[in-house]
Design a binder for this molecule. Structure first.
Ligand code: TNX
Length: 530
């Protein structure tokens, strides 16, 4: 799929790519800000688009601007409303949404009839009379709308009326992602985060074209999703968290609210139930799940590797089947993540036995298995996706599995883990994978990070944020931003655009935008913030 998309893209835009790469370098490195009330240079956004052709007059949003959406398409109408909700408070303009076709205004058009744009790409054309976003799919339009947002001054993100002008530079952006999977994970187990907090994070991720939200729903410290057939998992196993706070869990309605919000941002939710280790919350909730029949106490510390489901007991599989059935039934997405990391209290034989029985259960309920990359030491079934979280890139077992057909999501901990400290002065986070400054987080290639992995095995990237030390949205945001943008760019932008100097100049432009959105980000000394 990705290959097909790449080939098609290369065929249609092949000749443009070299031109674009040259153009992008100058966009990225030009430190000169736009003239006082001129538009920001086309393409000075994150992630950088695949192809940028600046030229012609800018479009200026004014009091008469309408948002014109393809008639008879409720989803396009909804994307128009989403865009209007961003633009109306800050511009102060009415920006009526109309299904009427016309050549002027902001136009969101479904049916770009351009194979090269694929399932998520878009074309944005800006000229004196109009700015048009065209795509094959609503997802493509949504991503194009994020580009449009970023082309406007940062103040557009504010919730009160701001001074314009609201100009979008003239020219054309033709854009489609490098990888189909561009994820972020939030650990709601070590500390619980409410639906509203998760929705806030979703909104922030959407601005950078992230399209997968991985929810780490269970761990030693808390079980966070209601399971009707095993109710104590949530009601008992969810009642605390690291440090002993009150924890919490999502009811099925809460989970549905997260799914709905994610879907409205064209994000697929990947639920994770971590097994057979990281399972103390489940073991504490049901004594029969323990080999010795005794429930351990709830756990509020931060050690890993001490818990295991009881592999020889049949009840373990009844439990797993019920949980997977319910989670799968609630989840429209393709994937169900079964963890599998750091099972240090499970013997190798038991780990194999468990994974051999567990994977077909996920399959039976219609989902593709995702698991942390330790699954390659058991036997991944065809289709299973392994999430790489190593640091060396020298894991022969992962390379062998990838050569044999296992697909990979790349989350190297010393690049993509958003809970790693930036440097020795960072008070939040951990540093078991080292310090990860903004340049380090950006400076790697998902296709080549693990030696011997063929590029065709790499489905994409994911930036996990583990929450042992993080309990508020402000803390999540301080650790995520601005590293999240780098992972998002690695996921979206062509490898040919990869360049730290150009990237940091574009990232610097995101500072005022994040501030306008109320994101307290880490002001890395490596970035020339504006
Ligand atoms: C490793 S990576 C873990 C998590 C921790 C994280 C902290 C992985 C799959 N497991 O249990 O929260 O490190 O950075």
């Amino acid at each position: 799929m990705r290959q097909r998309q790449r080939r098609t893209f290369a065929r249609l835009f092949g000749s443009l790519v070299l031109v674009a790469a040259a153009g992008l370098t100058s966009i990225g490195t030009s430190a000169a800000p736009a003239a006082a009330d001129g538009p920001r240079p086309l393409g000075q956004i994150v992630p950088v688009p695949a192809d940028v052709s600046p030229g012609g007059s800018p479009y200026t949003i004014g009091s008469a601007t309408r948002i014109r959406v393809t008639p008879g398409e409720p989803e396009v109408q909804r994307i128009g409303a989403y865009l209007a909700a961003v633009l109306r408070p800050s511009t102060g303009y009415a920006l009526p949404i109309t299904g009427a076709t016309g050549g002027d205004g902001i136009r969101l058009l479904l049916g770009a009839d351009d194979e090269g744009l694929g399932d998520e790409g878009y074309r944005l054309t800006s000229a004196k009379g109009s700015v048009t976003v065209a795509a094959n799919t609503p997802a493509g339009l949504f991503h194009g709308v994020q580009t449009l947002r970023q082309l406007l001054p940062a103040n557009v993100e504010k919730k009160t009326k701001q001074a314009g002008p609201w100009k979008i530079a003239g020219g054309t952006i033709t854009d489609a992602p490098r990888y189909a999977y561009r994820g972020a994970m939030i650990d709601v187990s070590r500390h619980f985060f409410t639906v509203a907090q998760v929705e806030r994070y979703i909104d922030q991720l959407a601005l950078y074209k992230i399209n997968e939200l991985h929810l780490h729903l269970s761990d030693d410290q808390g079980w966070r999703i209601a399971i009707d057939s095993w109710p104590r998992l949530a009601t008992y196993g969810g009642q605390t968290q690291v440090g002993g706070g009150k924890g919490g869990f999502y009811t099925k309605a809460d989970y549905q609210a997260i799914l709905d919000h994610a879907a409205s941002r064209y994000m697929e939710v990947v639920p994770e139930i971590d097994t057979p280790g990281h399972s103390n919350a489940a073991l504490a909730s049901y004594a029969e799940l323990n080999c010795n029949g005794v429930a351990p106490p709830l756990y509020t510390g931060t050690h890993v590797g001490f818990s295991s489901l009881c592999v020889p007991k049949e009840v373990t599989y009844a439990f797993f089947d019920d949980v997977v059935r319910e989670v799968a039934a609630m989840t429209p997405g393709r994937y169900l993540h079964i963890g599998g990391d750091e099972a240090q209290s499970t013997s190798k034989e038991d780990y194999d036995t468990f994974m051999t029985r567990a994977q077909p259960v996920v399959h039976k309920y219609g989902k593709t298995v995702m698991a942390w990359h330790q699954i390659v030491d058991a036997t991944p079934i065809p289709g299973t996706v392994a999430q790489y979280w190593g640091t060396t890139g020298d894991e022969a077992n992962v390379a062998a599995a990838a050569q044999a057909g296992t697909k990979l999501i790349m989350s190297p901990a010393n690049r993509a883990y958003l809970d790693m400290k930036y440097d020795a002065k960072t008070t939040l986070g951990t540093n078991w994978a080292g310090y990860v400054e903004v340049d380090k987080s950006y400076s790697w290639d998902p296709d080549t990070f693990v030696k011997g992995v063929p590029a065709r095995a790499v489905l994409g990237v994911e930036a996990p944020i583990w929450s042992e030390t993080l309990s508020t949205s402000a803390q999540i945001e301080y650790m995520a931003f601005p590293r999240l943008q780098g992972i998002a760019e690695l996921g979206w932008s062509p490898a040919s655009t990869h360049d730290w100097t150009a990237y940091k100049a574009r990232l610097a432009q995101q500072g005022p935008r994040m501030s306008a959105l109320g994101i307290t980000y880490y002001r890395s000394p490596l970035v020339p913030w504006v």
